[in-house]
Structure formats: structure tokens, C-alpha cells
Design a protein around this ligand. Structure first.
Ligand SMILES: [Zn+2]
Ligand SMILES: [Zn+2]
Length: 224
């Protein structure tokens, strides 16, 4: 794990640059995304290494209901009793345990969604969140397209941005595979909603951008 900015730890959950984030707040920890089935073990280790226990995880915010973000969720909910927050448009997917057919724009996406590996134990959200909602120090920004209820989260004290799968940083910035997105056109139209004046960027997939100058790379890419 490593510090993204004061108040946010980046927790790698898998060897391919997949991350979730632990946000410290006065009343405990907020976890942003979970990861695949093996992620809870990495998350527990990171929580304990920071001098806390899993019981301190009060909230789990899901940027969107895709398997690589939620397969470990049911286990973590059982072990923490944390609240689960997700945008209302992705809540039905979370509760269904898989991405619906209409949730992918391309044949490739719809084909892989048939694999049991991409299904998860259903979870009912404790609370749904909408654009502009506050979750402790985090501000919710609705960025539909990758999924209908995709959100990015702005950590207001530091202006670090957690972008989920709105933007990837695997060997350079990208929007990911169109076939895996619900609607690539809507996704691209959502880029205008992403703040540019940020101090750091945490990606669900890829290495973070740290410092205003490096985060400016996000703005340049969004406005390309
Ligand atoms: Zn995704
Ligand atoms: Zn993802």
C-alpha cells in the first residue's frame, strides 16, 4: 500500500495494477471499491498495517457494479458490517450479482458476462447516492457511460480524485474497451463532468498521478 495523499491509502489488490482506496475520516475508514474475490485479504492486511482493524471500515463505496470491483464485496460486508453505497442506477446490478445484457455495448462484453467468474454474490446497497452527494470527505460526481451509475469521487480536503473506471492508466491514459462499457458515447460525454483542478488521481486500474503537475496530465487527456 502507499499514500495517495494524506487521508487516502492506495491498496493494490492484484498483480496487474488493480487498486482500491482507504479513506480516513474522523469516524473511521471508508473503502472505495473492493476488487476480485482475493481482494479482502489484501484489504485486511492494509487496514491492519495502518493500525486499524476491519471493524473500523464503516462504509464501502462502489464506483460501479463490475465484477472486478465487487466480487470480494459480500465477504467484506460479512466481516465488517460496513454500509454499502452505490449509485442508484448500478444498485440493481449489485443486487443481481451480474452485469445485465444491456449493460455492455459490445458482443465481447456480453459474452464474457456469461462466465461464472464474472458473477458475484449479490449485495443489497444500504444506501444509494446521487450526483453531488457527500460521503464524509468525498463528493460524488456521476459519470455515466462505463456503467449507467458510474461515479468518481473527489476528496475535498486534498482535491485528490478517485476515478474508478472512468479513466484507466495502464501504459498511458485510456477509456478502456468500448465493448465493456455500457455506452461509450455517454461515457465520453461525461468527461466534461470530471474536475480538472485536482492534486492527485487514483485509478482503479493503473499507477496514480501524484502532484498537481502530474494530475494536469488528466486534464490534458480529457480535453484532447
Ligand atoms: Zn468497470
Ligand atoms: Zn474495473
Amino acid at each position: 500500500m502507499s499514500l495517495l495523499v494524506p487521508g487516502i491509502l492506495r491498496v493494490p489488490t492484484r498483480g496487474h495494477g488493480d487498486n482500491c482506496f482507504l479513506v480516513t475520516d474522523e469516524d473511521g475508514l471508508t473503502l472505495v471499491d473492493v476488487g476480485w474475490k482475493s481482494a479482502p485479504a489484501a484489504i485486511r492486511q492494509a487496514v491492519e498495517a495502518s493500525g486499524r482493524s476491519l471493524a473500523d471500515v464503516k462504509r464501502i463505496v462502489i464506483t460501479h457494479a463490475h465484477p472486478d470491483h465487487v466480487r470480494g464485496l459480500a465477504e467484506l460486508v460479512a466481516r465488517t458490517a460496513a454500509e454499502v453505497l452505490v449509485h442508484e442506477l448500478d444498485a440493481p446490478w449489485l443486487a443481481a450479482g451480474r452485469v445485465p445484457r444491456a449493460g455492455r455495448s459490445g458482443t465481447f462484453g456480453r459474452t464474457i458476462d456469461r462466465l461464472p467468474l464474472l458473477h458475484w454474490d449479490p449485495v443489497t446497497a444500504t444506501r444509494t447516492v446521487a450526483d453531488g452527494a457527500r460521503i464524509g470527505p468525498l463528493r460524488v460526481i456521476h459519470t455515466p457511460g462505463h456503467s449507467p451509475g458510474h461515479i468518481v469521487l473527489l476528496h475535498e480536503p486534498s482535491r485528490a480524485l478517485l476515478v474508478g473506471d472512468a479513466v484507466f492508466n495502464r501504459g498511458g491514459l485510456s477509456s478502456g474497451h468500448d465493448a465493456l462499457a455500457a455506452d461509450p458515447g455517454v461515457r465520453d460525454a461525461s468527461y466534461v463532468r470530471i474536475p480538472r483542478d485536482v492534486a492527485a488521481v487514483g485509478f482503479a486500474h493503473g499507477v496514480p498521478l501524484i502532484g498537481e503537475e502530474s494530475a494536469a496530465g488528466l486534464a490534458a487527456w480529457l480535453d484532447r
